[in-house]
Design a protein. Sequence first.
Length: 552
Amino acid sequence: MSCRYVMQQCLPLARFICLPLCLLSFLSSSFIVVKAADVTQRGGSGLRNNVSTETGAPTVWDVDAKEGVKWSRELGSITYGGPVVADGQVYVATNNDAAYLEKYPNNIDMGCLLCFSEETGDFLWQLSRPKLEAGDDYDWAHQGICSDPYVEENRLWIVTNRCEVLCLDTAGFSDQKNDGSVTDEVDQDIQSADIIWQLDMLNDLGVQPRNMTTCSITGAGDLIFVSTSNGVADVDSVTEENPVPAPEAPSFLAINKTTGKIVWSDNRPGPNLLQGVWSSPAYAVIDGRAQVIFAAGDGYCYGFDPAGDGDGNSRLLWKFDCNPKSSVWDPFDQEGRNNLIATPVVHDGIVYIAVGQDPEIGDGPGCLWAISPNKQGDVSPTLVVDKNNKPVPPRRIQALDEDAGEKEVPNPNSALVWKYTGEDRDGSGSVDLEEEMSRAIASVTIQDDILVIGCFSGVVHCLDSKTGKPHWSYDMFAHLWGAALIVEDKIYLGDEDGDLAIFELSIDPEVAMAEGEPHEEISMGAAIYTSPVFANGTLYISTANTLFALEK
């Protein structure tokens, strides 16, 4: 049992009782002071629900006048990685355009993970990963590392632009030690990352990513969980005869976090992969049953036993089809079958996931699903049966073939709680843009049964998390990429135009918005692709090119 675990489990007064045990641990390993409000992974926990239990987040600042800015640091030119705060350090994944290391000027395109001091913002160290030689098909230019790290004690795990999983020492090489099984790092100066172990999913597992590798890792016990980003290079002509290049390569991995050895893997959906496995997993214990939840590249959401089957394979608990059976996979059809890009969120025993699409393809009709993860097997709302009423296996392009006598029937084993595609709230006779649930890259955020999600179209929806009943919506007139942050009674949400909007957490639109507008809308100076994070009294917002630490 680690000192960190003991300190977290003890009540504040009882921490003094635990001190001798911690001192014993200190004799054999470095002592790490862990703050209660660290945010050590995307969404703060395996549940992925971006809600802070802290109080006192700032609501007014000016980044141009430096008012309310504790510190700010330059990032690359594009930043898709959100800030993670752990043990006095802040981590952000980006590209190399900020050129913190003299040996890598900004004309060298790389994926980077930057580490800063939480207190001062001082640059501490950088992980530098060269681009893959395969080019944009696997590793799109200037996109950098597109995932959030996962941190426990003095170890950090991240998926890089090179389709690899790395375990790092959070001290980097500043401790002048080369720890772990990897000792031949190219960069070993005190401002570089110390790699503990490495798993090359591209060369060792045959994964072929589509454009980029994007998973933000979560973990539990001795395991970390990874989506591989296995994908399809060419989507210009999608047919059954245009096969998935690596159908046997795994989509999901459970890895021993200490050794880097694969505990189990799963290649679903195999040949039925639409475009890419771009989502990140969630982890929860629901009614006493532990589950790791993956949103897959076929539009299905899957729940697995985190322990696997004991023989290196997964053990499926349930699967849920998030697309209509009649929908057709055509990436350039706005009405077509959708992917799953958002990270699943678990709240009060329910799984929430919205369908989405590659941002390059654009917007279109979407759906937000609430799923009960307590059943077994196929728990989709409907099933496809043939003319003899026998179940039809899933297909890549279209699940339902009516010309062959197939039909769609209700599933008696359905785990559907509710779904939301939009509602004609103003009684106009049609569902307009602000009333429609369109495609989403962002995840939901929930507190007090109030659910908030931003669609890629720019519309923010507020729903009842128990019923799916809509309360209000607001059009921010700019694409929305990241999940909202909720702190106390405030909702924070950034958009692609670089504006950070603050709403009141309320089901009443007149309370949530002042005269139909956010209570605050603050320009951050550049596009925001990530979620805000509130940790240890500081609000962190990463724009495309700058990390801001804001305080009251």
